[in-house]
Design a protein around this ligand. Structure first.
Ligand code: PXG
Length: 442
C-alpha cells in the first residue's frame, strides 16, 4: 500500500520545490491560499500586494472572471484532444488571434507548455529551417552572458547564468555567447533605455568572424533580460543585432517570455524597440499564467520553407502531448479578450512615467546602487553584504512579504513587474513597502 496514508496533509517534505532553498523554506513556509486582482491572500489571512504578477505572468491580475469561466466551460465540454494529426477548433482560433496582435509578418504559431519549451522549440525550428533551405552547415547557436532562456538543455546552453549551467555537464555543443549589456559604471540610475554601450552589439561581428557565418544558425536574446536582474538593451543595441544577423543570414530570436503581452506597454518588445526578429518565444502572459501554455511565433518565410516536401509527410518532427491543449487554449482566448477589453497590452505605456518616478524616488535609500526601469518593469540593485552575496536582497524579500508585498529578488537585485491592472495608488503602496524594507534591513 502507498505510504501516502502516513503523510499528514501539512507535511512539506515530499515536494521538492523548484528554484527554492527547500530546507530554509520548510522551516518557515510562506504560503499563498487565494488571490484576487492585485492581491494574494496568505495562509494567515493577510492580503499581499502582488508586485511581480506571480512570476511575471499574471498580467491581467488574479482570478479574472472571464478566464475562470472559460476554463470551467472548456473543462466540461472538451477536456483534452490529441494534438498530433487531430485538431479542435479553438486552438486554430487562438493561433489567428495571436497572429493578429503579433508584429507584422509573424504569421504562424507553434504551441508549447512553458517558456523553456518555447525556447527549445525555437532553437529547433532555427536549426531545421537552415537545413531545409539548404544551409545545413549552420548549426551553431549564439546566446548571451547573463541570458535566461528557461531550464531545458537548449535554453541553458544558450543561456548565460552560471549557476543554471555549471552542474549539468557539457550542454549543447557549438554554442557561443555575446557579452551582456550591463554597464553600471556608465548607466546607473538611467530612466528607460540606457545611453551607453549599444556598440557592444558589434561583438556579434567578432563571433561571426571567428566561427564564419556559414556555421551560425541563430542568435537568441531577451530584448530586456528579466531573470538575471533586469538588464536593458542600450540605445541602438537591438537594431544593430538585427543588421548584423541580416548581413550574415543568421536568424534573430527574441525570447519574449516576460516581455510579451504588454509588459513594456506594447504588445511585444519587438513593437517597443521597432525591431522585428524572425522568431519570438512566449509563454506566461499568453494564458495569464493560469494554465501552462507557451507560443512560438514564426515568420511566414520560415514556416513556408518547411511546406515543400510530399504532402503526406510530417513537416517538422516536434511537438508536445499538450501543444494547444483545449483548456489552455480557452484560458488564452479569454486572456486575450480581457487584455483587449481593458486595454492592458498598452496600459504600461500610460503608467511608464509614473512608475519610473515612483521607482527612482528610492534613489538615496540605504543600500541602493542602481535603479532601472522600462515599461512596467523595475529593478533596484543593492550593494551586496561583503562576503555574503544575495543575503541582503533575500532579507528584503522576506521583510516585504511580512509587510504585505510580494517582490522578487535575484542576486542582490529586487525586480518588480506587477500585473498590468495596477493603479497609481498601488504603485505608491508597492514602492513605499520597498522603501520601508530598505530602511529596515541590515
Ligand atoms: N525565457 C525567459 C526570457 C524567461 O524569463 C523562460 C524562458 C522559461 O519559462 P518557463 O515557463 O519554462 O519557466 C523564462 C522564465 C524570475 C523568474 O523571477 C523568471 C522566469 C521564471 C521564473 C522566475 O525572474 N522566467
Amino acid at each position: 500500500m502507498s505510504n501516502r496514508l502516513n503523510v499528514t496533509p501539512n507535511d512539506l517534505s515530499a515536494f521538492w520545490m523548484p528554484f527554492t532553498a527547500n530546507r530554509q523554506f520548510k522551516q518557515a513556509p510562506r504560503m499563498l491560499v487565494a488571490a484576487k486582482d492585485m492581491h494574494y491572500t496568505a495562509s494567515d489571512g493577510r492580503k499581499i500586494l502582488d508586485g511581480t504578477a506571480g512570476l511575471w505572468c499574471v498580467n491581467a491580475g488574479h482570478c479574472r472572471p472571464k478566464i475562470t469561466e472559460a476554463i470551467q466551460q472548456q473543462a466540461a465540454q472538451l477536456d483534452y484532444a490529441p494534438a498530433f494529426q487531430m485538431g479542435h477548433p479553438i486552438v486554430f482560433e487562438l493561433a489567428n488571434r495571436l497572429v493578429d496582435i503579433a508584429p507584422n509578418g509573424m504569421d504562424h504559431v507553434f504551441f508549447t507548455n512553458s517558456g523553456s519549451e518555447s525556447v527549445d522549440t525555437a532553437l529547433k525550428i532555427a536549426l531545421a529551417y537552415q537545413r531545409v533551405r539548404g544551409e545545413g552547415s549552420r548549426t551553431r547557436l549564439i546566446g548571451r552572458e547573463r541570458g535566461y532562456h528557461g531550464v531545458n538543455f537548449g535554453g541553458i546552453s544558450v543561456g548565460g547564468i552560471v549557476s543554471n549551467r555549471k552542474m549539468f555537464g557539457t550542454l549543447l555543443t557549438g554554442v557561443d555567447h555575446m557579452p551582456h549589456t550591463h554597464f553600471p559604471d556608465k548607466n546607473a540610475f538611467s530612466r528607460g533605455v540606457p545611453e551607453h554601450g549599444g556598440d557592444i552589439a558589434n561583438e556579434l561581428e567578432r563571433i561571426v568572424a571567428l566561427h564564419d557565418a556559414s556555421t551560425i544558425a541563430a542568435v537568441i536574446v531577451e530584448p530586456v533580460a528579466g531573470s538575471t536582474g533586469v538588464i536593458l538593451p542600450p540605445k541602438g543595441y537591438l537594431k544593430r543585432l538585427r543588421e548584423i544577423c541580416d548581413k550574415h543570414g543568421i536568424l534573430l530570436i527574441f525570447d519574449e517570455v516576460i516581455t510579451g503581452f504588454g509588459r513594456l506597454g506594447t504588445p511585444f518588445a519587438a513593437d517597443y524597440f521597432g525591431v522585428t526578429p524572425d522568431i519570438i518565444t512566449t509563454a506566461k502572459g499568453v494564458s495569464n499564467g493560469v494554465i501552462p501554455m507557451g507560443a512560438v511565433f514564426v515568420k511566414k518565410e520560415i514556416h513556408d520553407a518547411f511546406m515543400n516536401g510530399p504532402e503526406h509527410m510530417i513537416e517538422f518532427f516536434h511537438g508536445y502531448t499538450y501543444s494547444g491543449n483545449p483548456i489552455a487554449s480557452a484560458a488564452a482566448l479569454a486572456t486575450l479578450d480581457t487584455y483587449k477589453e481593458e486595454g492592458l497590452l498598452t496600459r504600461g505605456a500610460e503608467l511608464e512615467d509614473y512608475w519610473a518616478d515612483a521607482l527612482h524616488s528610492l534613489k538615496g535609500e540605504p543600500h541602493v546602487i542602481d535603479i532601472r526601469n522600462i515599461g512596467l518593469i523595475g529593478a533596484i540593485e543593492l550593494e551586496p553584504i561583503a562576503g555574503a552575496p544575495t543575503k541582503r536582497a533575500f532579507q528584503a524579500f522576506v521583510k516585504a512579504f511580512e509587510r504585505g508585498a510580494l517582490i522578487r529578488t535575484t542576486g542582490d537585485i529586487i525586480a518588480l513587474s506587477p500585473p498590468l491592472i495596477i493603479t497609481k495608488g498601488q504603485i505608491n503602496e508597492l514602492v513605499d513597502h520597498v522603501r520601508e524594507v530598505l530602511r529596515a534591513i541590515d
